[in-house]
Design a binder for this molecule. Structure first.
Ligand code: IDP
Ligand code: MG
Length: 153
């Protein structure tokens, strides 16, 4: 099975009408959407999501941010999807992220940063399990799979 990652289009992106444009960055790259839901994250779920950051000074703030307004949660699948989607997202804060990246193009502050993406296969597995049952993740093949993922080797 190809690698999977959990992406969240965060509350600021929903409030700023950027869901379509952000989703489009991942979709046009060729990353396969295998699960998606629009939902309100509870404080409890946000605490579980950011469990690795518990005890850090920004923990309370990020939990509040993630649960402040609805979000779009996605599972994307492709070989190397974790690294590719982190590159598409750019550095953590919009005021440091490169132009051309999602955070670099749509954000200018350090408080809200539009998008979450898992940072390792282990965190992807943990995070996907917080939001989706295995039967909610769809298995299918793109009709243009050959042209998207072809190799000359
Ligand atoms: P990432 O989202 O780029 O993976 P992480 O280090 O995993 O960044 O941090 C999780 C979230 O916590 C970030 O998206 C950001 O919203 C917030 N955050 C991280 N570091 C800081 C900080 O030093 N100050 C304030 N917020 C932070
Ligand atoms: Mg992270």
């Amino acid at each position: 099975m190809a690698e999977r990652t959990l992406i969240i289009i965060k509350p600021d992106a929903v409030q700023r009408h950027l869901v379509g444009q952000i989703l489009s960055r991942f979709e046009t790259k060729g990353l396969k959407i295998v699960a998606a839901k629009f939902m309100q994250i509870s404080k409890e779920l946000a605490q579980k999501h950011y469990a690795a950051h518990e005890g850090k000074p920004f923990f309370k703030g990020v939990v509040e941010f993630l649960s402040a307004s609805p979000v779009m949660v996605l599972v994307l699948e492709a070989d190397g999807v974790i690294a590719m989607s982190r590159k598409l997202m750019g550095k953590t804060f919009g005021n440091e992220a490169e132009p051309g990246t999602i955070r670099g193009d749509f954000g200018a502050c350090r408080g809200f940063n539009l998008v979450h993406g898992s940072d390792s296969p282990e965190s992807a597995e943990y995070e996907i399990g917080l939001y989706f049952k295995s039967e909610e993740i769809v298995d299918y093949t793109f009709a243009d799979d050959h042209w998207l993922y072809g190799s000359n080797e």
